[in-house]
Design a binder for this molecule. Structure first.
Ligand code: ZN
Length: 673
C-alpha cells in the first residue's frame, strides 16, 4: 500500500521556491501539473560501496520503466515512440502547435500515458491532426525512427494512432471501478492488465499468477501471460535482473538474499517465489540502502489483483527515523487498543519496521508522480506472519513542504486561527499522520479465517479504498491519544493544537481535492475516495464537521475534537468489520453513499477559487541523476549526484537506456494488435 499526498497542505508556488541555499524546487508548470526537482542531500555521505549499490539499483529501476507504460495502456509505447521522435523538431513548429505538442508530451511522460493519474480520464492533444501529421513527416524526413508496422506508411500510422491522440471518446478511462449500472469494471477500464476479459469470464477461473500476469481471452479461452523471464516483458526483465545481479556484491548479506530471491521470482514468476521474495525483503531490516522493484501496487486494476510495475531506490534518513521507529516499537500497544472488535486485534504484532528515507529514484507506478509513504508487502498473510516494512519519503515530503503557499491554506480556512494552526502545525501533523497511517494503520488488524488471508478477493474493486480508509482512520484516532505525548512525539502543551490542525486539514481536503476532478461528478482514485468518504460520513453521522457558507464560499468547519475522534472510532470499527468479514455489499454501499459521488456545482466553486490562486493540481518530480567516476585504471572511485532540473532530458535519457528492449517489445505489440 502507499499513501499519496493530500493536496490541501503542500503545493509549489513560485514565490516559495527558493530555500536558504537558494536552490530551486519548481522546474516548470505544465497545465495542471507542477514539475519539481527532488534533492537527495545525504547521498554524498554514503560510503562508496553503498553509492555503487544505489547506482546499480537505479539502473534496474530505469530498466523496467517501459513495463508500466505498457501495463497502463496497450498503445502507450507506440504513442511515446512517436512523440519522442518529434522532439528534435519542436523548435520548428508553429507557436500554437508547439505549445500543444510540448504540453501533451510532458503530460504524457508525467502521467505515463494519456490518462490523468488522479481522475483516470483521458486527455487529448490540443492541436489539429494536420499539425501532428506535418511534424511526423518532418521527423520521417530527418530519418527519425517512427513506430511503423511492417509495410505501413507514415500516413497509415497516423491514421491508426490519430483517434488515440485526438478523440476523447476512444478508450476514455484507464480504470473505472464504478462504471455505472450494467457495465463491467474490466471492459470499462482500458488498461492493459486484461485483454478482452469481463468479470463474468472469471467465474470459476483460478489464476496461477494473480499478481504478475496479463489475462487475455483468446479463442474463447482465458490465458495468463506471465510477467517473467521468457514471458511477457522478457527483454526488460532480463535487463532488470542483470542490474540486480551486478548490485548484489555491494549489498549487505540480508539484502543480497532478498535480491537473489527477487531475481528468482523474476525468472520463474511463481507465487511461491514471490512469497519467498516478500519474506526475504521483510527480513532485511538493517541495510542502509533498500529497493522496491517489481509488480507491487494494485490500484490500477479495477479488480484489485494485478500489480503495477514500479522501481524505487532509497537510503535511510537516520535522524527522522528515530521518531518513526518509536511508533513501530510500540505497535503492540496500539494494536491492543484498536477501537474495533477484539477478535480482529492481533495478539502478537510481528516486525513492523519503520524508517524515514531519502529517495534517489522512482520510476513506473511511483515516478514521476510519487507516493509520500509506502508500507509493504501487500500480502496479508505475510504481513501477519512476518511483519512489514514502512517508509516515509522524507525528501519528497520536504520538497512539497518547502513550497507550501500560505495563500492556498488561507483560501479554505474559516478564520485566522485556523490559518495560523495550519501554518504552524500543518506539516508536522501531516508527517506524523502519514507515519501512523503506514506504520500502525496498514500493519494492523486480523481478518476472518474464512477469507484465507485474502480480503481483496472478497472486497474486489472496493478493497483499496476500504483499506486506505482503515489506515487513515487509525491515524486520525491515535494522533489524538495522550500516548502521543507519552512517546514524546508531541509536546503536552502542543497536543490540542496539533490534533486540531490535522482534523481541520483533513476536513478542508475533502473540499480542496475536488479541484482535481475537473469533469463529471465521480471520484475514481482510491485515496481520494476514502478521504471523501470519511469526511462525509462524519458530517452525516456526527457534529464533528459542519458546512458553512460566507460570501458565496463553502467551508468545512471542525467542531469538538472529542466528537470528531469518537466518530472516527465508530466508523473505524465498521470499516475493520467490513475488511475482516469481506462484507462487499457494506463496502460498496459505504463508498457509493459517501465517497464516490460529489456535487459538481461545489467542485466548480472550488476550481474557481483555486484557479484564482493558480495552484497546480498535482506534482511530478525530476529525479536526481547519478554518475560513476572512474580512475585511470578504470575502477569506480566515486558516484556523484546531480540535479538536472530538466524533465525532457531525463525522460529521453531513461527511454534511451531501454531502446533495444523496446524494439523487441514493439514487435510483440504489433503482432498482438
Ligand atoms: Zn495507505
Amino acid at each position: 500500500m502507499d499513501s499519496r499526498q493530500r493536496p490541501a497542505e503542500s503545493r509549489p508556488e513560485a514565490e516559495h521556491l527558493v530555500d536558504a541555499e537558494t536552490r530551486t524546487y519548481l522546474v516548470e508548470r505544465v497545465g495542471e501539473a507542477a514539475v519539481v526537482q527532488l534533492y537527495a542531500d545525504g547521498f554524498g555521505a554514503l560510503g562508496l560501496r553503498e553509492k555503487v549499490l544505489v547506482w546499480h539499483l537505479g539502473q534496474a529501476a530505469i530498466a523496467g520503466r517501459d513495463i508500466y507504460f505498457d501495463q497502463r495502456y496497450a498503445h502507450n509505447l507506440d504513442m511515446r515512440e512517436l512523440l519522442e521522435a518529434l522532439l528534435p523538431g519542436w523548435p520548428a513548429l508553429a507557436d500554437g502547435d508547439r505549445e500543444a505538442i510540448v504540453r501533451y508530451t510532458k503530460l504524457f511522460w508525467i502521467n505515463t500515458g494519456p490518462y490523468n493519474n488522479l481522475t483516470a480520464q483521458k486527455f487529448v492533444l490540443e492541436c489539429g491532426p494536420g499539425a501532428l501529421a506535418a511534424a511526423a513527416r518532418d521527423a520521417a524526413a530527418r530519418g527519425a525512427r517512427l513506430p511503423l508496422r511492417p509495410g505501413e506508411s507514415v500516413d497509415g500510422m497516423l491514421a491508426r494512432l490519430a483517434p488515440l491522440f485526438f478523440d476523447r471518446s476512444v478508450d476514455p478511462t484507464v480504470t473505472s471501478k464504478t462504471p455505472g449500472e450494467g457495465r463491467d469494471i474490466l471492459t470499462a477500464s482500458v488498461n492493459n492488465l486484461y485483454s478482452g476479459v469481463a468479470m463474468a469470464d472469471l467465474d470459476g477461473f483460478e489464476e496461477t499468477y494473480p499478481l504478475n500476469s496479463r489475462l487475455v481471452k483468446r479463442g474463447g479461452t482465458l490465458v495468463e501471460e506471465v510477467y517473467r523471464a521468457g514471458g511477457r516483458y522478457a527483454p526488460y526483465i532480463d535487463r532488470i535482473c542483470m542490474h540486480l545481479d551486478a548490485a548484489m556484491p555491494y549489498a549487505s548479506p540480508s539484502m543480497a538474499r532478498a535480491l537473489q530471491a527477487l531475481v528468482r521470482f523474476y525468472r520463474t514468476g511463481s507465487n511461491d517465489d514471490r512469497r519467498a521474495y516478500d519474506i526475504a525483503w521483510v527480513a532485511d531490516r538493517d541495510s542502509p540502502v533498500d529497493t522496491i522493484n517489481g509488480f507491487v501496487e494494485i490500484y490500477m486494476d479495477a479488480r484489485g489483483r494485478k500489480g503495477a510495475w514500479e522501481g524505487l531506490v532509497y537510503y535511510l534518513h537516520p535522524d527522522k527515523t528515530a521518531a518513526i521507529a518509536r511508533i513501530a516499537e510500540h505497535a503492540q500497544w496500539f494494536e491492543d487498543r484498536m477501537p474495533w472488535d477484539p477478535r480482529y486485534r492481533k495478539p502478537r504484532v510481528t516486525g513492523v519496521t519503520a524508517r524515514a528515507i531519502e529517495v534517489v529514484i522512482e520510476t513506473g507506478d511511483s515516478g514521476p508522480v510519487t507516493p509520500i509513504g509506502i508500507n509493504l508487502p501487500n500480502d496479508q498473510e505475510i504481513r501477519e506472519l512476518h511483519g512489514s516494512k514502512s517508509v516515509s519519503l522524507s525528501n519528497v515530503l520536504e520538497a512539497y513542504e518547502k513550497s507550501t503557499p500560505r495563500s492556498f491554506r488561507a483560501e479554505f480556512s474559516w478564520d485566522d486561527d485556523e490559518i495560523e494552526r495550519a501554518t504552524h502545525w500543518g506539516a508536522y501533523a501531516s508527517e506524523l499522520t502519514t507515519n501512523l497511517h503506514e506504520v500502525i494503520g496498514h500493519g494492523s488488524g486480523l481478518v476472518s479465517e474464512s477469507l484465507k488471508g485474502m480480503p481483496e478477493a472478497a472486497l474486489k474493486e472496493q478493497f483499496s479504498a476500504i483499506e486506505e480508509s482503515r489506515a487513515d482512520l487509525v491515524a486520525l484516532y491515535f494522533i489524538a491519544d495522550p500516548y502521543m505525548v507519552e512517546l514524546a512525539l508531541i509536546g503536552g502543551q502542543d497536543h490540542e493544537g496539533v490534533v486540531r490542525a490535522e482534523y481541520e486539514s483533513y476536513a478542508r481536503n475533502a473540499l480542496v481535492q475536488l479541484r482535481r476532478v475537473r469533469e463529471g461528478s465521480q471520484i475514481e482514485e482510491d485515496h481520494m475516495r476514502n478521504r471523501q468518504m470519511i469526511v462525509h460520513w462524519l458530517m452525516a453521522h456526527t457534529d464533528a464537521i459542519a458546512m458553512a457558507r460566507r460570501e458565496g464560499k463553502t467551508y468545512y468547519r471542525v467542531g469538538s475534537l472529542a466528537v470528531f475522534r469518537a466518530g472516527v472510532a465508530r466508523l473505524l470499527a465498521e470499516v475493520q468489520r467490513i475488511k475482516a468479514e469481506g462484507d462487499y455489499d457494506a463496502a460498496r454501499s459505504l463508498m457509493e453513499t459517501y465517497g464516490v459521488h460529489f456535487d459538481p456545482a461545489l467542485r466548480d466553486e472550488i476550481v474557481a477559487r483555486v484557479e484564482h490562486l493558480d495552484v497546480p493540481s498535482y506534482t511530478a518530480f525530476v529525479m536526481p541523476r547519478l554518475e560513476l567516476v572512474h580512475d585511470a585504471a578504470g575502477s569506480i572511485v566515486d558516484v556523484t549526484i546531480h540535479y538536472p532540473r530538466d524533465l525532457t532530458a531525463q525522460m529521453l535519457e531513461y527511454a534511451e537506456a531501454t531502446r533495444a528492449e523496446r524494439l523487441v517489445m514493439l514487435r510483440v505489440i504489433a503482432e498482438e494488435q
